[in-house]
Design a protein around this ligand. Structure first.
Ligand SMILES: Nc1ncnc2c1ncn2[C@@H]1O[C@H](COP(=O)(O)OP(=O)(O)OP(=O)(O)O)[C@@H](O)[C@H]1O
Length: 502
């Protein structure tokens, strides 16, 4: 049983409360003192002893109430931290000041194939000098390449005063996202969402309206367009901003794990379960927001359980018989066409309507016109700062390729292209050949998609005008932007049927 004692703070009262506990014969698993509160976790405490203890505690001068609680605040914070670490798809390690592992998240454990707590860094990484170098520099080193379990990763160390460091390992193809992590350190809410294009302005204006309405919100858009960023921004300006924002990626976990992550499990639910059960994200985020990413991948069974929660705010933990009621706002996101999934029968229609009370559509990068350049330049500055190289710039010659690319991986792909260029290019001016994008454009052409120079130039011209038209929606504006005559643009717009298909 877990008990919460509230008292009026006075000298010696906590000792008197503790003396009452010490005088009784039951096991104490944890005691948390947060004056004017004491929280007690006593697993073997029976109902009869509890009554007698309650009387005794209420007899102490200043004690105001003795109530039962589900979980101690410190335990709740630990579980929230575990949930945050588990949600990180990047391997994360906390190490002490001697370079020994204190804790590792599930992604790190999966990568090295064992629980590494207690081991020195030399036992994990292939580089025998890494531990010494990190300690000698007080864990203050620029991001650099390491090798763990045969994989090349980028290691980012964040020193923690007098307590070692937090080490994060990034897959090289996810490194660009590190930039936005840096960016988020400073920008809050919608300021983190870069872009001035009409498409992004419309999104931000609408998002700011729906963020404050306390109802489920479905965010749709292609992969890497910033759906999670939008969800975080919505939480940050909502009335729930002081409560947790916890995320679950529905595509990353098998059904049973996703169920216990989201709904928690009851005491003794299955062999190996944590004593006293485990709170799920819904309970941990009470009063806050739960973000269900890739909600289209949710299994039919979980869809049914989530529907019930959205209908009446209640659910049961796995293996539990008690109804739990929490007050959580559900934000969800998907890159899938949910309406189509509903018509094909792979997503519940009733759940779709519950999740889709409010809706946001995040536009693909290729529809954001000049935002591509704005973001590319911004990411370039961040990349240079991050890898501690002198500032470099994108040569104007890269612009047509950046604007003309289809960006199937959207902002995430753009971040990666820019970061790689910043890491590889030795000149202060990054040119087209330094961008991976140049290769992909050429590959497309080599693949025989175009038959002649005229057709290739035509495709490029059409693509460029389509992109630019979103930011410069008239032939006059476009002509000024491209420094050509109004009639040259008007002829081309007619030729390519722009804006007809935009
Ligand atoms: N408008 C933006 N301004 C700055 N950074 C952005 C913007 N949009 C996206 N990003 C960055 O792009 C990366 C991908 O964004 P995010 O994870 O939010 O996309 P997503 O749509 O949720 O992706 P997925 O579909 O894969 O879950 C992140 O690093 C994010 O910070």
């Amino acid at each position: 049983m877990r008990i919460h004692v509230t008292f009026i703070d006075r000298v010696g009262i906590t000792q008197e409360v503790l003396a009452l506990l010490g005088g009784r014969s039951f096991n104490l698993d944890a005691v948390e003192m947060v004056p004017p509160n004491v929280y007690i976790d006593a697993p073997t405490l029976g109902a009869d002893v509890l009554e007698e203890l309650r009387e005794a505690l209420l007899g102490v001068k200043g004690v105001q109430a003795v109530t039962l609680v589900d979980i101690l605040p410190g335990q709740r914070r630990r579980l929230q931290l575990d949930a945050l670490l588990a949600a990180s798809i990047d391997p994360v390690l906390a190490v002490d000041d001697r370079g020994h592992v204190l804790l590792a998240n599930p992604a790190l454990i999966a990568l090295c194939g064992r629980e590494p707590a207690g081991e020195p860094l030399t036992a994990l990484f292939d580089d025998p000098d890494l531990q010494r170098t990190l300690i000698e520099h007080g864990y203050r080193l620029p991001m650099h390449e390491v090798s763990l379990a045969g994989q090349t990763l980028l290691l980012d160390a964040m020193p923690i005063t007098d307590a070692g460091a937090l080490l994060t390992l990034y897959q090289p193809n996810r490194i660009g996202e590190r930039l936005s992590a840096l960016h988020h350190d400073h920008a809050e809410g919608f300021d983190a969402l870069l872009g001035e294009s009409p498409a992004i302005r419309t999104l931000k204006a609408r998002a700011q309206r729906v963020a404050t309405l306390d109802a489920p919100l479905l965010i749709q858009g292609e992969t890497g367009t910033g759906k999670e960023l939008v969800a975080r921004a919505c939480h940050a300006i909502s009335t729930r901003r002081d409560a947790p924002f916890l995320a679950l990626n529905c595509a990353a976990l098998p059904e049973s794990l996703a169920e216990s992550e989201l709904f928690g499990y009851a005491a003794g639910a299955f062999t190996g379960a944590q004593r006293g059960g485990k709170l799920g994200l819904l309970e941990l985020a009470d009063q806050g927001t739960v973000f269900l990413d890739e909600v289209g991948e949710m299994s039919p069974y979980l869809q049914a359980k989530l529907l019930r929660f959205l209908s009446d705010g209640c659910f049961r933990r796995v293996g539990g018989d008690r109804e739990v009621k929490v007050n959580v706002r559900i934000l969800s996101a998907t890159h899938r066409d949910l309406e189509k999934m509903v018509s094909e029968g792979s997503f519940r229609e009733d759940l779709f309507y519950r999740l889709n009370v409010l809706n946001l559509q995040v536009p693909p990068l290729r529809e954001r016109g000049h935002d591509i350049l704005l973001m590319a330049n911004h990411f370039m500055q961040q990349a240079c700062a991050q890898i501690q190289r002198p500032v470099c710039r994108l040569a104007p010659g890269t612009y047509p390729a950046l604007l003309g690319n289809r960006w199937p991986g959207n902002v995430r792909q753009l971040q990666n292209v820019i970061f790689r260029a910043a890491a590889i290019c030795e000149n202060p001016l990054v040119d087209i050949d330094d961008l991976d994008i140049a290769r992909t454009t050429m590959e497309r052409q080599n693949a025989g998609e175009v038959g002649s120079l005229e057709a290739a130039v035509g495709d490029f011209e059409k693509n460029l005008l389509e992109q630019l038209y979103r930011s410069y929606p008239s032939s006059r504006l476009l002509a000024a932007r491209l420094q050509t005559s109004h009639s040259a643009i008007a002829i081309r717009l007619r030729k390519y049927g722009i804006p007809g298909k935009l």
